[in-house]
Design a protein around this ligand. Structure first.
Ligand code: SAM
Length: 522
């Protein structure tokens, strides 16, 4: 099937059925029509003007990072070293240490996260223009960057010179004319409005429509297929668009140190646009603009707040830890939820933050102290939950009033913030996560005292990792029963019919997450 440009779409996601887009008919391929298909952000939201001035040095640094992400799995948001051995293409780039000031580094991050997000669509365009033959992996990164800058950011034609230069110097001299030919063709096509774009033939089945959507919104086909089956096409378009938007960040106010109103005032005085969270107004501020300023003016380093998604906060609200209780956060690292639980407990009682990863727990104790946790209140323990549960059972250790199992998961609810994750995950990851989640749930349950509460949560939106795990757990653990979350803890807008918490990026404007309360009988 050859996918070409869709002639019509509408903003409600009724792809290819209606003839209008924003009130006017789209007659031929154009960047704005493409944007409409996937509900993409306007180009002017991108820092195009500033990027225009960037040198080849900045683009080389972007290519270096893209290679690292592809070969090492380095997370797109973290510009830093990777513990893994360097692979072939990286070694070729190693001789090019690129020094960047902080402004340039920010531009590189913009480019890298953009290319990572739109990789599927960029590759499709490149393949449309060069359908035959393999492409050198390093040249592919250069071409992706070039297509991204021209098609998505709308940068001027002359930026191509840098890409051609990089192809010549970093790949081989013969790669320069190929790069020049492909990118020049793109500049002509965008001028003439003939950029290639995906289209589905009338009457196409779900698979073909999902394949088109996957290209247009730059997601793997398998994800789009399962979401179309679950939510329908119109809602899937909204979910894809939410995953492609710049993520919205929020901060959890450390009420041990400052009130939300005081912090809001301080942030606004420093040029940050923020407002109380509609879900947790007493604890969270949504940062509309200026996350960098939040960091720069010291609110984080002074322990007044921490960057945390509201959905993560709602999981702690479901747990509802009380001062004086014994609480276990069984998969705690890096510790965002544990710190919120500590604040809710006002530093009274005992909170154990446990995780199998010692490395990921590093720094939690110091942050807790900085945030005002009294000595002796928090125990940070690097241990495997299953081993710990077995040991506790053998030793007859004291059980916990509340246990939070924030389980390892596919992370399909956080694709807006983790641009690379969509390309890393496979359907078998969801199945593998589910198997581990069952085992961890069993262990976590054994640590809850009679009458106590177990909260199970993930940052996935997949039922196999959420509702299905809860159902399967309840079938084999008849001393537990599900407990609908009281409206006093979280707003009904995030509750399912069964009373579990489930947020979706396009419905709630937060990360996608799930949380269930499971009460142990007395
Ligand atoms: C979703 S993350 C937890 C995030 C954390 N609750 C927070 O809010 O910062 C899942 C964690 O489970 C941990 N984990 C995986 N398997 C585990 C096991 N068998 N025992 C304990 N922790 C485990 C991982 O190291 C990872 O840090």
């Amino acid at each position: 099937m050859r996918l070409v440009w869709p002639k019509r779409c509408d903003h409600r996601g009724q792809l290819l059925r209606n003839h209008t887009c924003g009130g006017s008919t789209i007659r031929r391929p154009s960047r704005s029509a493409w944007r409409c298909v996937a509900q993409l952000p306007e180009t002017r939201q991108q820092p195009a003007g500033r990027l225009r001035t960037k040198s080849g040095k900045t683009r080389t640094a972007a290519v270096q990072q893209l290679v690292r992400i592809e070969e090492d799995g380095a997370y797109v948001g973290l510009v830093g070293g990777s513990p893994r051995p360097k692979k072939a293409v990286q070694q070729r780039l190693e001789k090019l240490p690129v020094q960047l000031d902080s402004r340039d580094a920010r531009f590189v991050t913009e480019l890298v996260s953009g290319v990572t997000r739109w990789k599927g669509r960029l590759d499709w365009v490149i393949r449309e223009l060069r359908p035959r033959g393999s492409i050198d992996p390093l040249l592919l990164q250069i071409l992706r960057l070039g297509v991204y800058e021209l098609v998505e950011l709308g940068l001027p034609d002359h930026v191509i010179n840098d890409h051609v230069d990089m192809a010549r110097k970093l790949v081989r001299p013969e790669a320069a004319p190929v790069t020049n030919a492909i990118l020049r063709r793109i500049t002509r096509m965008r001028r003439d409005g003939t950029l290639p774009a995906p289209e589905v033939a009338p009457g196409a089945g779900l698979k073909e429509r999902a394949a088109m959507l996957a290209i247009a919104a730059s997601h793997p086909v398998w994800m789009v297929e399962r979401w179309v089956q679950r939510y329908g096409e119109a809602e899937t378009v909204k979910l894809l668009a939410a995953n492609n938007r710049r993520p919205m960040y929020s901060v959890r106010v450390n009420r041990l140190r400052v009130s939300p109103a005081e912090l809001q005032q301080r942030l606004e005085d420093n040029g940050v646009e923020c407002e109380p969270s509609p879900f947790l107004p007493d604890d969270f501020l949504r940062i509309r603009r200026g996350l960098r300023e939040v960091m720069a003016q010291g609110a984080l380093s002074e322990g007044l707040c921490q960057v945390q998604d509201e959905s993560a906060g709602m999981v702690v609200a479901l747990l509802d830890p009380q001062a004086g209780e014994r609480v276990l956060d069984a998969c705690a690292a890096p510790g965002g939820k544990a710190l919120f639980a500590a604040a809710r407990m006002q530093g009274r009682g005992h909170l154990m933050a446990m995780d199998a990863s010692e490395r990921r727990l590093k720094g939690l104790a110091a942050t807790a102290e900085q945030q005002g946790c009294p000595p002796g209140f928090l125990t940070v323990r690097a241990a495997d939950l299953q081993g710990f549960a077995t040991e506790q059972a053998r030793a007859g250790g004291e059980l916990f009033d509340r246990v939070l199992l924030d389980a390892p998961c596919s992370g399909l609810g956080v694709l807006a913030k983790r641009a690379d994750l969509r390309w890393r995950r496979t359907p078998s990851d969801v199945a593998a996560a589910a198997a581990l989640q069952d085992e961890l749930l069993h262990s976590a349950a054994s640590l809850v005292r009679p009458g106590g509460l177990l909260v199970y949560s993930t940052c996935s939106i997949e039922p196999e990792e959420n509702e299905d795990r809860v159902e399967s757990f309840l079938l084999s653990h008849n001393s537990f029963r599900p407990e609908a979350a009281p409206g006093s803890l979280v707003t009904s807008g995030v509750l399912t019919e069964a009373g579990h918490m489930a947020t979706l990026p396009h419905r709630h404007g937060t990360d996608g997450a799930f949380g269930a309360r499971l009460r142990r009988a007395d």
